[in-house]
Design a protein around this ligand. Structure first.
Ligand SMILES: C[S@@+](CC[C@H](N)C(=O)[O-])C[C@H]1O[C@@H](n2cnc3c(N)ncnc32)[C@H](O)[C@@H]1O
Length: 347
């Protein structure tokens, strides 16, 4: 097919196609006699991919690298792009909401300067919380052996004691109908999310680690995986029926956990369920008692392991949810493993 025809078919212009050729993105064959370009099936497919990527804002230079690079599939690349765009969108949304509040306050309020300052500071702190989080534990590096490692008891401290029991309990508490959407955040290799597949539920696994997501896909091809973060979920508002999570939230500080709760409530539909099984203490007094006992018995391994992460304070999380008027059920499996279940009861 010649250039005019190809451009028409792909809803673009011959000029655009010549530009992509000039940039080395495509190389249609040329007729020796008249130098007319000839677009084969595979050229057309390549151009339509380029056009689609341009449409979602990927720069020409990056498209070139992507098409040449074998190590990353277009699907993986799109997933990373989507996650980045969601982060930008969530940030823009926060800015618009802050402007709305500022506009509301600026006229009637005599102390509007002060209020504007407070709103701006609040916005700044949310942005900082999102930007600051780092994977200090190298989950990409843990992905290959993760399932084997969790079976090992651990020397003097078994962080996975009660793990299976907790996953069973989450599955039992979250009631879903076939076709409903359940998101597992920090899905890792899919051990919790996959439990919901048997009932025909659509499972989406979100994780910040690409290697964990690849592993999850290999084990459970019917789980849709999305790169994303507790603090910027790659999901639209009010779009999911349930959120579950196991052994993931304790990689966020208590302040970050509350932002994560806000974010999870954003994406839940009204009536949606949230169930988290994670490393957490009942409250500060419980933490102090457990730590004191561990130190007394000389279990420095356990003390170091707990201090390396952010085991939750269940009372803070539950109080926050209850202050929002949400009903909460909770359980404690052992000294370090707990569960929180709630429902988004508002629109
Ligand atoms: C200990 S693994 C647990 C995996 C799985 N949920 C399970 O129960 O076996 C923690 C997982 O949470 C993910 N994770 C940690 N912090 C996260 C964050 N802020 N946002 C998204 N995922 C996160 C990690 O990448 C990792 O895959």
């Amino acid at each position: 097919m010649q250039i005019k025809e190809a451009a028409k078919l792909l809803n673009t212009t011959p000029k655009t196609l010549r530009f992509y050729e000039e940039k080395g993105l495509i190389a249609p064959s040329k007729d020796d006699a008249n130098q007319y370009r000839y677009f084969s099936e595979s050229d057309l497919y390549r151009v339509s991919t380029i056009l689609a990527l341009r449409e979602i804002g990927v720069p020409v230079k990056e498209i070139k690298v992507l098409l040449e690079k074998q190590s990353m599939s277009i699907k993986q690349y799109l997933d990373i792009q989507r996650s980045a765009l969601y982060e930008q969108w969530i940030e823009m949304r926060d800015m618009i909401l802050t402007i709305d509040q500022m506009v509301e306050q600026v006229e009637p309020n005599l102390h509007s300067q002060e209020v504007l300052h407070q709103l701006a500071n609040h916005l700044k702190s949310i942005k900082e919380v999102r930007r600051k989080w780092r994977d200090r534990w190298d989950f990409d590096g843990q992905a290959t052996d993760y399932d084997e490692n969790i079976k090992k008891g651990g020397f003097r401290f078994n962080v996975h004691e009660g793990y299976d029991e907790a996953l069973v309990m989450v599955e039992k508490m979250v009631q879903l109908q076939p076709e409903e959407v359940c998101v597992d955040i920090g899905i890792g290799t899919g051990n919790l999310g996959s439990r919901f597949l048997q009932t025909g539920v659509k499972v989406i696994g979100v994780d910040q680690s690409e290697k964990m997501l690849t592993k999850c896909q290999e084990k459970h091809p019917s789980i849709e995986t999305r790169k994303g973060h507790f603090l910027a979920l790659p999901l639209l508002d009010g779009s999911v029926d349930a959120i579950v999570s196991s052994y993931a939230l304790h990689h966020l500080t208590d302040q970050e956990k509350l932002h994560a709760f806000e974010e999870m409530l954003r994406v839940l539909k009204p009536g949606g369920q949230l169930c988290i099984a994670d490393l957490m203490f009942e409250n500060q007094a419980h933490r102090e008692r457990v730590m004191r006992d561990l130190k007394k018995s000389g279990n420095e391994i356990a003390v170091a392991a707990i201090e390396d992460e952010y085991y939750g304070d269940k009372s803070i999380l539950v109080t926050w949810l209850r202050n929002k008027g949400l009903p909460v059920e909770m359980l404690q499996f052992n000294d370090i493993l707990g569960l929180i279940y709630t429902k988004k009861t508002y629109e």
